[in-house]
Design a protein around this ligand. Sequence first.
Ligand SMILES: *[C@@H]1O[C@H](CO)[C@@H](O)[C@H](O)[C@H]1NC(C)=O
Ligand SMILES: *[C@@H]1O[C@H](CO)[C@@H](O)[C@H](O)[C@H]1NC(C)=O
Ligand SMILES: *[C@@H]1O[C@H](CO)[C@@H](O)[C@H](O)[C@H]1NC(C)=O
Ligand SMILES: *[C@@H]1O[C@H](CO)[C@@H](O)[C@H](O)[C@H]1NC(C)=O
Ligand SMILES: *[C@@H]1O[C@H](CO)[C@@H](O)[C@H](O)[C@H]1NC(C)=O
Length: 217
Amino acid sequence: MNFYLLVIASLCFLTYISCDGCLQCNSKTEPRCATDPLSLFTKNCSESTGGAECYVRVIKDGYTVRGCVKELDNATKATCNNELECQICTYAEGCNRQMFPSSRAQCLQCSGNSTSSSCASQVYEHASICPIYKLGDLCYIRNSNRTADGSFQRGCLTSAQANKQCIKDGHCFTCTGRGCNFLQANDTLIPLARDSSAQLVLSMSLLLCGLLVAWML
Ligand SMILES: *[C@@H]1O[C@H](CO)[C@@H](O)[C@H](O)[C@H]1NC(C)=O
Ligand SMILES: *[C@@H]1O[C@H](CO)[C@@H](O)[C@H](O)[C@H]1NC(C)=O
Ligand SMILES: *[C@@H]1O[C@H](CO)[C@@H](O)[C@H](O)[C@H]1NC(C)=O
Ligand SMILES: *[C@@H]1O[C@H](CO)[C@@H](O)[C@H](O)[C@H]1NC(C)=O
Ligand SMILES: *[C@@H]1O[C@H](CO)[C@@H](O)[C@H](O)[C@H]1NC(C)=O
């Protein structure tokens, strides 16, 4: 026990991070800020007087931001009292290090081919926190019945829709509840997805442009 305390103390000392500061991160640049906050280290708030007051909030486009209350502007601070959007706490209370909001969706998240990938066959994986926050987010399964990598996916509907997939009804299986997207790949509840990925179309056209340019040169 003492040994571990010693290790933790020296880690804090060596890396110049305080063990009672705040997590300071934005999931736009550090996805773990949303999906795995406990794996990140806290940092002291600058020129902090007294105990570290921390905040965690979700912002436009579903990103999660964590930091020191002193950085918040007055208006944001004044309205930071909502367990679905913004919360203030001390380090000891710990809200700044927990999944936020606590009701956030959690889904199986993986992708592979639809025939023999582990994503298609493993239905006992644990659910993980959705990277983008949206109230009432769902879990999904998308199967385009192809052998290419990525043609079978499990995940959070917000992430699929950010890629222009599963937008119209009937292309993906969706469900509510932690880890509910665990159906076998061959389950008849999963529709055949005919919506193509906009990204794929884009990258194909970029590739074609590239080939054309290369050919003309
Ligand atoms: C962080 O804060 C703690 C307590 O407020 C202080 O003891 C420590 O020296 C600070 N660390 C740094 C790197 O400023
Ligand atoms: C924010 O609030 C503090 C304390 O209530 C006040 O001193 C400061 O002037 C306010 N700043 C702005 C920009 O309103
Ligand atoms: C599907 O993916 C698995 C694992 O990623 C691989 O072993 C298998 O060869 C792939 N099948 C096809 C048809 O691409
Ligand atoms: C998916 O593909 C397999 C093999 O390519 C085929 O046997 C099956 O009928 C297809 N399923 C659907 C729903 O089209
Ligand atoms: C689905 O696949 C599983 C295992 O791969 C198999 O045991 C089951 O019979 C299949 N169900 C249907 C409806 O094809």
